[in-house]
Design a protein around this ligand. Structure first.
Ligand code: GDP
Ligand code: IMO
Ligand code: MG
Length: 423
């Protein structure tokens, strides 16, 4: 069976966790392929909210196996925290959770390096979640990293020490004011590593290969969003992994010709957390309404998310780069009550009208050009059938489908599992 992918098409937080949870009943295996605890994937069911950072969003279903793939970076301390929360909910993760031996480990000093690097950048900071993501992927590509499989080696603590010592000298090099107590952080880290070791470590590419061969259904879960991709995002204001479809091939060991559907998730408007360009960002009452009604605060850091109109130029680009086959539109309910809605359908780029995403979308180069739509007043949150959706919303959806040439198969009308309309 081909592996289906689910990924975010904007700057993250599109609602990936919710939809993976909704779709899990159709899959045998849910596999995270990149990112790490910079992600915060929210699931809501039975009146309860759950936030996952590293663990795949299929974990609340009894029949699915959840794999943390080789492309993921794992912070044992945060991972342990996630397991503790699952235990509180009486979720029996021991029979359904697996970790790739090739996934890299985030060390306490990776987090400190992240903080030092950001502090040294001043105003030009990336707005990182400070989870050590960048420094860990740097050690991976620099061929210095410690992998999950290394934790099974007898000398891993010596390798740990050498790397942590090197990190400490790098932190000193940044010459910024960062206070830390490494022995304390390490005690917590080593304790968490022992917990991590209680989860089976596997050769996940072999596992995925055999699962595909035997007809198991697999859904690959992305983190972040396409505009945060290290290659195709708004560099340098991006994360350090390939968040796009190709990342699932390298992050799980799936060959490109074994990819099936690519589910692309987007919000009916746009949000971004952290620094970087955002052409359709709103600084007015409309943006404040999106933020308030949509509860737009980061699931990992609690930072307020910047809000703006839907950017179709950027969305088209993301669909192209990912080869999206089905779209899922989230948070349509948040737009109820707007008299007029705007969608950015072109950019004025240094005086030229363009419809593709250029190299640089800094505000001095790009002004959005909008198409206006009539809004709707109906509350969508109790709707369960596509036939109930108001006409102006259907017009909005039809326009997007026509422009993107991809069907919108799910319209989400609230955070709960049940607030999901299939078209
Ligand atoms: P992810 O990182 O892509 O999984 O998304 P997050 O969990 O970071 O952010 C999405 C937020 O929107 C969460 O608080 C969800 O509970 C919420 N959410 C998801 N879908 C909808 C929706 O259709 N309507 C509303 N109002 N909230 C939603
Ligand atoms: P999910 O999976 C939204 C953003 C950060 C920052 C930039 C780099 O929940 O959609 P990093 O910590 O990777 O060094 O941060 O990327 N960022 C996210 N924004 N959702 C996420 O994940 C994000 N993960 C990272 O805010 O701007
Ligand atoms: Mg999130």
């Amino acid at each position: 069976m081909a592996v289906d992918l689910l990924l975010g098409l904007q700057w993250g937080d599109e609602g990936k966790g919710k939809i993976v949870d909704v779709l899990t009943s159709k899959y045998n295996i849910i596999a995270r392929f990149q990112g790490g605890p910079n992600a915060g994937h929210t699931l809501v069911f039975n009146g309860k909210k759950h936030v996952l950072h590293t663990i795949p969003s299929g974990i609340f279903h009894d029949n699915a196996t959840n794999l943390v793939g080789n492309g993921v970076v794992i912070d044992p301390v945060i991972f342990k925290g996630e397991l503790d929360k699952l235990e509180e909910q009486h979720i029996d993760y021991r029979k359904s959770l697996l970790i790739s031996r090739k996934a890299h480990i985030i060390l306490p000093t990776h987090r400190l390096l992240d903080a030092a690097s950001e502090a040294s950048k001043g105003k030009a900071k990336i707005g990182s979640t400070l989870k050590g993501i960048g420094p860990t992927y740097m050690d991976k590509t620099g061929r210095n990293g410690i992998r999950v499989g290394d934790l099974e080696l007898r000398d891993w603590k010596e390798r740990y020490r050498a790397l942590a010592d090197k990190h400490e000298s790098m932190i000193a090099y940044y010459n910024v004011d960062i206070e830390y107590n490494l022995p304390e952080l390490e005690a917590e880290f080593f304790k968490a590593v022992e917990v991590l070791k209680s989860i089976p470590f596997i050769d996940s590419e072999e596992y995925i290969y055999q699962a595909q061969k035997s007809g198991k259904t697999i859904l690959a879960e992305g983190a972040q969003g396409s505009l945060l991709d290290i290659d195709f995002g708004t560099y340098p204001y991006v994360t350090s992994s390939n968040t796009t479809a190709a990342g699932a091939c390298t992050g799980l060991g799936v060959s490109p010709n074994n990819i099936g559907d690519v589910f692309g998730i987007f919000k009916a408007y746009t949000t971004r957390v952290g620094s970087g360009p955002f052409p359709t960002e709103l600084f007015d009452e409309n943006g404040a309404t999106m933020s308030r009604v949509g509860h737009e605060f980061g699931a990992t850091t609690g930072r307020p998310r910047r809000c703006g109109w839907l950017d179709l130029v950027a969305l088209k680009y993301a669909c192209q780069v990912n080869g999206v086959t089905q779209l899922m539109m989230m948070k349509g309910d948040v737009l109820s009550g707007f008299k007029t809605l705007k969608v950015c359908t072109a950019y004025n780029y240094k005086g030229d009208i363009i419809e593709h995403l250029p190299y640089n979308i800094e505000p001095e180069n790009v002004q959005p050009i909008y198409t206006e739509f009539k809004g709707w007043n109906e509350d969508l949150t109790a709707m369960t059938e596509a036939s109930e959706l108001p006409k102006p919303l259907n017009d909005y959806i039809d326009f997007l489908e026509k422009e993107l040439e991809i069907p919108i198969t799910i319209v989400s009308v609230g955070p709960d599992r049940k607030q999901t309309i299939f078209r």
